[in-house]
Write a protein that binds this ligand. Structure first.
Ligand code: HSE
Length: 314
């Protein structure tokens, strides 16, 4: 007999990675959300409990990303079972680490397992995308790496087409989250609706060279590609001490640094774990100089995607 409840974890993700607004993202280790999906007698999706959100997330299924993804998973699988969700938030909200996508990815995978895996993992991206669209905007650069792991490029959303990129060996990410919040929706509304042709050409060149650097393992080229005046520059204004922290990471030996997703978390790509630790400490110190506490996470750049885990309440 199939288990009546399944529990999955999905990782935090660093999206955009400089030039790749809405189309590049990678999974990190050490931080993420856990969701348990349980079969219920009555059809429909409910949210039973949420831990770790300080009461801030909605229990209403239409407003909760895990519930939206669970509902979409049922629809995509043409199933009508009743599902109750319990969510354990393992990362701060509005942090630029794909918090909404992590809850949605964990829920989509747990529901799919509960149903006997009618959908392929890649098909679950559509369910997570539905959840992202409802809360911040239709982008899969957190959803895809949260589900699939590794470094991905979102070539298209319609139809969904996700490409996996090779990750140069020994690449680490230092992620630092300052104690302030940025709404993804607000950070998206801040962006220019049109960009000059020259900026568009420069951006295309940097995305292309980022991809080339991944294939050729050219860390110098990778570093040189993480340039993005169009999206990053206006958003840095939302992060007190952000510009100084990015400079501090570079001074500490990082290959490149930029905003993680819509911020306020920052990331630095580094060639060794030791350099990543130094870059993280430098960013934390830079935020401290602006009276902001900040939390570091060091991860290999090839973090794992969503996976089944033990129910934390079991
Ligand atoms: N690509 C999205 C953005 C990620 O930058 O708005 C949101 O974290």
């Amino acid at each position: 007999m199939r288990a009546a409840a399944r529990t999955c974890f999905a990782p935090a993700t660093v999206s955009n990675l400089g030039p790749g607004f809405d189309l590049l993202g990678l999974a990190i280790e050490g931080i993420g959300d856990t969701v348990t999906a349980r079969l219920t007698a009555d059809p429909g999706v409910t949210v039973e409990r949420i831990f770790g959100d300080n009461g801030r997330l909605s229990l209403l299924p239409a407003e909760n990303t895990a519930a939206i993804a669970a509902t979409s998973t049922l629809r995509l699988a043409h199933r009508t079972e009743g599902i109750a969700l319990t969510i354990h938030k393992g990362m701060p909200l509005g942090s630029g680490l794909g918090s909404s996508a992590a809850s949605a990815a964990a829920a989509a995978l747990a529901v799919n397992l509960l149903l006997g895996s009618p959908l392929k993992r890649s098909e679950l991206v559509a369910a997570v995308l539905d959840a992202e669209e409802a809360v911040s905007g239709r982008h899969a650069d957190n959803a895809a790496p949260a589900l699939l792991g590794g470094l991905v490029l979102v070539r298209s959303l319609d139809p969904i087409d996700i490409l996996r990129l090779p990750i140069p060996p020994d690449l680490f990410v230092a992620v630092v989250t300052p104690d302030c919040e940025v709404s993804t929706r607000a950070a998206r509304e801040l962006l220019p609706k049109q960009i000059p042709l020259r900026a568009r050409t420069e951006n295309a060149a940097n995305i292309a060279s980022f991809v080339a650097a991944c294939y050729t393992r050219d860390l110098g080229l990778l570093a040189a590609s993480i340039v993005d005046p169009v999206v990053t520059t206006p958003r840095l204004g939302l992060i007190p001490g952000g510009a100084a922290a990015l400079d501090a990471a570079q001074a500490a030996g990082a290959l490149a640094s930029s905003i993680s997703g819509s911020g306020p978390s920052l990331f630095a790509l580094c060639h060794t774990r030791a350099t990543a630790q130094r870059a993280a400490a430098a960013m934390v110190a830079a935020f401290a100089a602006h009276n902001l506490a900040a939390k570091p996470v060091i991860s290999p750049a090839d973090g794992r995607g969503a996976r089944e885990v033990q129910d934390p309440l079991a």
